[in-house]
Design a protein around this ligand. Structure first.
Ligand SMILES: *[C@@H]1O[C@H](CO)[C@@H](O)[C@H](O)[C@H]1NC(C)=O
Ligand SMILES: *[C@@H]1O[C@H](CO)[C@@H](O)[C@H](O)[C@H]1NC(C)=O
Ligand SMILES: *[C@@H]1O[C@H](CO)[C@@H](O)[C@H](O)[C@H]1NC(C)=O
Ligand SMILES: *[C@@H]1O[C@H](CO)[C@@H](O)[C@H](O)[C@H]1NC(C)=O
Length: 354
């Protein structure tokens, strides 16, 4: 009798695991191949070969690019090299990426930049906020940008109980930002289990020196976050749910869900074209290829553009798609006056004139 119960339990357990594995294949789009969508005037950016996870462009056309992310489960061609922030001036006819010098007094050796966001104060001083993972922890670093010296002066490290497993950040005021937590556990295997069991313990939080709070939760894996051009709405990408959440922002910084745009690709980071308000999303068409990296069959890249996100019928178009022969693992696409930059988690970066 006892044996029978044990067998039934074992059977149920295996069925559950089997069902969960099917769910994981489904969540990662394990069977999807990309149909190529090419752009005419593109070239790979010299000097950016090993990741360009996040890109944020100033209204003046200066683009900040974070590189060298070391993240559990993701490929990395330069695991021993610390991360860097590059600058590119998109006003130049042939813009070059140049590493920014970081002031002394900041531990550059353990710099592991992830999401970035810029903030300009009323005196026109530019600040760069960077989600950093020194020794796999999560902090937010605030730098002041010195344009003449092409350097970043480190001002402050923010740590907080709720600032854990951070992914992306969007700064809306001096030391006031939203950030996403993309997984709950810090142990990589528990993180995998968390995804397999679909725990949905990730969230969006609001930080200010006076108040820190969770403002949206229940995401499978909250990833890219950004704000609409009119600053009234917050857009959050849930990478494993393959969708974008649109939320209304209130004066007390709370968020209320408005709608979800469902897609068939794993959405990483989001940016908004300042001229049109369109959302541009860097996506992973098939995340299984990202998790199990094979040079013969590499992960591809996909860039989606969402027009009229707030309307009844947003228009979604694929602006670029590649099977990995040119660009692998696109994580962000950012536009500035007809120029497009596409960044990747660990691979190259593409510059296109649209
Ligand atoms: C990228 O990584 C490869 C392999 O480690 C290395 O040979 C190459 O120099 C790196 N490129 C840059 C621009 O850092
Ligand atoms: C970076 O800054 C340091 C200290 O301010 C300086 O010594 C160094 O020459 C700078 N490097 C570059 C490439 O500008
Ligand atoms: C995504 O893009 C936005 C807007 O450019 C930026 O603020 C944010 O830091 C980016 N995050 C990631 C993880 O790519
Ligand atoms: C990717 O596409 C190129 C042509 O666009 C093709 O030559 C190559 O075989 C494809 N690679 C894979 C792994 O499918």
């Amino acid at each position: 009798m006892g044996k029978l119960v044990a067998l039934i339990l074992l059977g149920a357990f295996l069925a559950l695991i089997g069902e969960r594995l099917v769910a994981v294949r489904e969540k990662t789009n394990a069977f999807r191949e990309v149909e190529p969508v090419e752009l005419q005037n593109c070239h790979l950016i010299e000097g950016l070969e090993n990741g360009s996870e996040d890109i944020d462009i100033l209204p003046s056309g200066l683009a900040f690019i974070s590189t060298g992310l070391n993240f559990p489960g993701m490929p990395n061609f330069t695991p021993d090299q610390p991360g860097q922030i590059f600058l590119m001036d998109l006003n130049e006819p042939n813009p070059k990426a140049q590493a920014l010098n970081i002031s002394d007094g900041f531990n550059k050796a353990s710099f592991n930049p992830h999401g970035i966001s810029t903030f300009i104060d009323k005196d026109h001083t530019v600040y760069l906020y960077v989600v950093n993972h020194p020794h796999m922890e999560s902090t937010v670093e605030i730098f002041k940008f010195e344009e003449q010296q092409r350097s970043l002066i480190h001002l402050k490290t923010i740590k907080h109980e709720l600032l854990k497993s951070l992914n992306d950040i969007v700064v809306l005021g001096a030391e006031q930002f939203y950030a996403t937590r993309d997984h709950y556990f810090s142990n990589f295997f528990l993180t995998l289990l968390e995804t397999v069991l679909d725990l949905r313990w990730t969230y969006v939080l609001f930080y200010s020196p006076r108040e820190v709070k969770v403002v949206a939760k229940g995401f499978c894996s909250a990833n890219g976050i950004t704000v609409s051009s009119d600053k009234k709405y917050i857009y959050v990408a849930d990478v494993f749910d393959k969708n974008i959440h649109i939320m209304k922002k209130h004066d007390n910084w709370d968020l209320t869900p408005l709608k979800v745009i469902q897609l068939d690709t794993l959405v990483d980071n989001l940016t908004v074209d300042p001229d049109t308000g369109d959302i541009w999303a860097g996506c992973h068409p098939n995340a299984m290829k990202l998790l199990i990296y094979n040079t013969e069959d590499p992960p591809g890249s996909e860039v989606l553009r969402i027009r009229n996100a707030l309307s009844e019928k947003p228009r979604i178009s694929t602006e670029y798609a590649n099977n990995g022969s040119v660009l692998q693992g696109s994580s962000v696409a950012s536009v500035y006056q007809g120029k497009l930059l596409i960044g990747t988690v660990f691979h190259k970066a593409l510059y296109c004139v649209l």
